[in-house]
Design a protein. Structure first.
Length: 155
C-alpha cells in the first residue's frame, strides 16, 4: 500500500488515529537497524500499530520481529511523537494523524531478513544515517535517542 506523508497541515484531513510504536534497535557495536520501506522507499525505524490487547512493549517487540527478523528486549521509551500537523495518507483512503511511541530496544537474537513491508534491512553506524534517504521525522527520533532523550516504560 502506497503512502504519502504531509507536514504543516498541508495534507488531507486525518480520518484515523492509530497508536503505533517505532523502535531504535541497537546491537553490541552501537549500530542501529533500519529498513527501507516498500510504501515510500525511505529508510525507517521498524515499527507499526499496537494491536488491541497488546502492551506497547509487546507490540514493539512483535513489530521488530515481523519487520526485521530480530528478537529484541524493549529497554525504555525515548519519546512520544504526536504532531496533528503530520499526517500519512494511504492509497486505501486512510489518513492517519501521527501518534508514535518510540522505544529503545537492544537485539538479543534472530537474524536480519526482509519482510513484505521492506525492500532491504541493514545495520548502520549512527554517523552514516544522515546520508540516507530517510524521513525527517524518523531522523528526529534517532537524533533524540543519540542525544539521550528518555522517558519511562511501564510493564
Amino acid at each position: 500500500m502506497a503512502r504519502v506523508d504531509y507536514d504543516n497541515g498541508e495534507g488531507p484531513a486525518p480520518n484515523a488515529l492509530v497508536v503505533a510504536s517505532s523502535a531504535v534497535v541497537t546491537d553490541e557495536h552501537g549500530r542501529i537497524v533500519l529498513h527501507r520501506r516498500v510504501d515510500n522507499s525511505l529508510w525507517a525505524l521498524p515499527g507499526g500499530a499496537i494491536e488491541l490487547g497488546e502492551s506497547v512493549r509487546d507490540g514493539t517487540v512483535r513489530e521488530v520481529r515481523e519487520e526485521t527478523g530480530l528478537e529484541v528486549v524493549a529497554d525504555y521509551v525515548i519519546a512520544v511523537y504526536s504532531d496533528p500537523a503530520h499526517v500519512m495518507a494511504y492509497d486505501d483512503g486512510e489518513v492517519r494523524q501521527e501518534f508514535s511511541i518510540c522505544v529503545k530496544c537492544h537485539a538479543v537474537g534472530g537474524a536480519l531478513r526482509v519482510s513484505e513491508e521492506s525492500h532491504e534491512v541493514r545495520w548502520f553506524r549512527p554517523a552514516a544515517i544522515g546520508a540516507l534517504r530517510i524521513h525527517p521525522r524518523i531522523l528526529v527520533r534517532i537524533t533524540d535517542y543519540l542525544d539521550g532523550t528518555r522517558a519511562a516504560l511501564s510493564p
